[in-house]
Design a protein around this ligand. Sequence first.
Ligand SMILES: [Zn+2]
Length: 390
Amino acid sequence: MKAYKFRIYPSKAQESEMMHHLWIAKNLWNELLFHAKMMYRDYERFPTRDAFQKMTKGSGLYSQAQQEIAHRVEGAIWRFCRLRKISRRAGFPRFKSLDRMKSIAYVQKGFRLGAKLKVTPFGEINMVKHREMEGGAKTLALKRESSGKWFAIFCVEEPPKVVKLNSGPRVGIDLGLQTFATLSDGNKITNPRHIRKYEERLAFLQRRLWHKHRGSRNRRKAKLRAARLYEKVKNSRRDFLHKTSKKLSDIYSLIALEDLSCQEMAETKLGKYINDAGWRTFSSMLCYKAENAGGKVVLVNPRGTTKTCSSCGKMQELQLSARVYACRGCGMVKDRDLNAAENILARATAGHAGSYACGEGAKETPLEEAGNQGHLPWCATTSLSHERAP
Ligand SMILES: [Zn+2]
């Protein structure tokens, strides 16, 4: 599935109608969630999908759209339960204010795309279709961003493509904060300066926002200003991630990354930093772009990648501030991130003479083969498929 996002320009009347629908959707979400909480309190189980769907009847939304809210609540609870099993940190889905209910979705029915976008209760909406879609749209989401702009997001099932196998070199990538990415062949990708400048300005606007009185007109204005800039930062960052991941997936046949979903990662690297959202997006972009370019992404266990010597395999403690890895065993001196990137690549290709490390095999590779001793086998998977529902 591929998502396309187009800007739409609803009329005043349409917009107020759409806002009204968001408001209903928000109330519906809250009601269903409340019901689920009560049911769990009394019977220690959650309502079924059918039960949720029955409760949405007569809400005033288009029938497809209200069912989709039921699915959303059910999905949120399901994800919560699943996360709870592996980590204690998961929080139960929250009640929403109107600001947090951003979209209404249509599955297969209720919309038609002509010169304008026709959506059942709202009529024809002006839309700027800046690119062609390959394939027919399966779902539509009407989304209101915090900046006040509206978008139509279509999910399209992609026709199968024949891809040539990429015969480029292999690379390990270490994602970081000071340098966005360090490649095992010595290349470095830095965070673009203009994005950092925006981010500083955004932080300033947000600090100022806290000093405004709640509910005041000034606060509303400041909030909108911050939201507009936030959107700009988000777009430039996404653009940067798209371009970078495209470039890398065109060049390399195998890209090794740290598996960000490993719990270890959450505790060591991400616990200290807040920037994981960008990394996650980047790694999922790499996954599908590499697949389209005939390459592969291998995710490896991040445990100890910075602490291990890429030359002799010994481990030693390394301070966070140390920029250079100096091995006490073999005397190797190397840039800290480069050392990590080389370890990441070594883990992805360990024990495989062929051109690709394959997912299931890599999981079972004994550690000794890589020359490392005394830690867990790494979890490696290949070419993850990513759902990109809005
Ligand atoms: Zn060494």
